[in-house]
Write a protein that binds this ligand. Structure first.
Ligand code: ZN
Ligand code: ZN
Length: 138
């Protein structure tokens, strides 16, 4: 089975990902904006069992409802475990080059920097994620 190793920016935290992500997307929500300082972030979602911390210590910080895990040394946001779903969202910028292949954009109603591309742009979430399935017109 394919394994991918990612690390935080200082190299203290190393995480092994087994298999392929369930889905990958850009999230434009106000929570991601506030915690990243950017307009949106890329996320690769893995089952919780596919994510193994090999080295280093993570600290958890929650702004609203999503507990985000950061390297205790350099503060790199590494991942966030989605409560109740047994899924982990890995920060896509930590993946090896070429591995991030987003399927859609999420929470576009919060977007401060619309991204015009050929992917679906959901206003909140797709129906398969419990959302309205509504799409934005950009
Ligand atoms: Zn978000
Ligand atoms: Zn670090």
């Amino acid at each position: 089975m394919k394994t991918t190793e990612i690390s935080c920016l200082c190299g203290t935290v190393k995480v092994q990902l087994t298999g392929h992500p369930i889905t990958q997307f850009y999230c434009h929500c106000d929570d991601c904006q506030a915690t990243s300082g950017g307009a949106y972030i890329g996320v690769a979602v893995y089952p919780v069992d596919a994510v193994k911390i090999m080295q280093g210590e993570l600290t958890t910080w929650t702004l609203k409802s999503l507990p985000r895990q950061r390297c205790a040394v350099c503060g790199t946001h590494v991942m966030a475990e989605v409560p109740g779903l047994a899924q982990v969202g890995i920060k896509a910028n930590l993946l090896p080059k070429g591995e991030f292949k987003p399927d859609f954009h999420l929470h576009c109603r919060y977007a401060v920097l619309p991204v015009k591309d050929d992917l679906p742009h959901f206003k909140d979430l797709p129906a398969s994620f419990g959302g309205t399935d509504g799409t934005s017109n950009w």
